[in-house]
Design a protein around this ligand. Structure first.
Ligand code: ZN
Length: 182
């Protein structure tokens, strides 16, 4: 098993900006602990960041403008800034695989298992889990490192990913144990 940690959309616009998720601050220290451990163990850390084109992006038919390329809102929150050896993938849709080279990167790293963290559980995390499942990756979702706008959408999405994509839904504590063994 070769693992990578994905940090999905921990951007200013989703934490305190245009599409603020009130519950997001809860997971910041947990993700910080996970990525620091991953770096120590040589486990790849991959940030997948919403990076929309101004005005034309189709997502803006559903959501107000957010994470526009080059703006503060599209930057990772200060507490979780990528380290020099981390990877950063820019995406324009919910899924981190859609029209990005994430799959190519994972193949180059020989990764077969993804640990998903970030925002939000029932949108970008869930769509990324779906695309990972379709491509044959094993997916681990940490319930205390992902969040949504409320508890119901959060837990419903976790249950959906477990049932339909075979995701392992577990906790930071279990992931730290797993990283200790890799
Ligand atoms: Zn977006």
């Amino acid at each position: 098993m070769k693992v990578a940690v994905l940090v999905i959309d921990m951007l200013n616009d989703f934490v305190t900006g245009a599409l603020k998720c009130e519950r997001a601050t809860r997971i910041i220290p947990n993700i910080k602990r996970l990525v620091e451990t991953a770096r120590e163990k040589g486990v790849p850390v991959i940030y997948t960041n919403d990076t929309h084109l101004h005005a034309v992006d189709k997502e803006f038919q559903v959501w107000k403008q957010h994470a526009v390329s080059g703006t503060w809102g599209a930057q990772v929150v200060d507490e979780l800034k990528p380290a020099e050896k981390d990877y950063v993938i820019h995406k324009r849709r919910y899924s981190a695989f859609f029209a990005t080279d994430l799959d190519l990167l994972l193949r180059e790293l020989n990764v077969d298992t993804l640990i998903l963290t970030g925002l939000v559980t029932n949108v970008c995390v869930q769509h990324t889990a779906a695309d990972a499942f379709f491509r044959g990756y094993k997916v681990i979702v940490l319930r205390d490192c992902v969040e949504a706008v409320n508890e119901e959408t959060h837990t419903t999405a976790l249950e959906y990913m477990k049932t339909f994509y075979g995701c392992t839904v577990t906790t930071l504590s279990d992931a730290l144990t797993l990283l200790g063994q890799t």
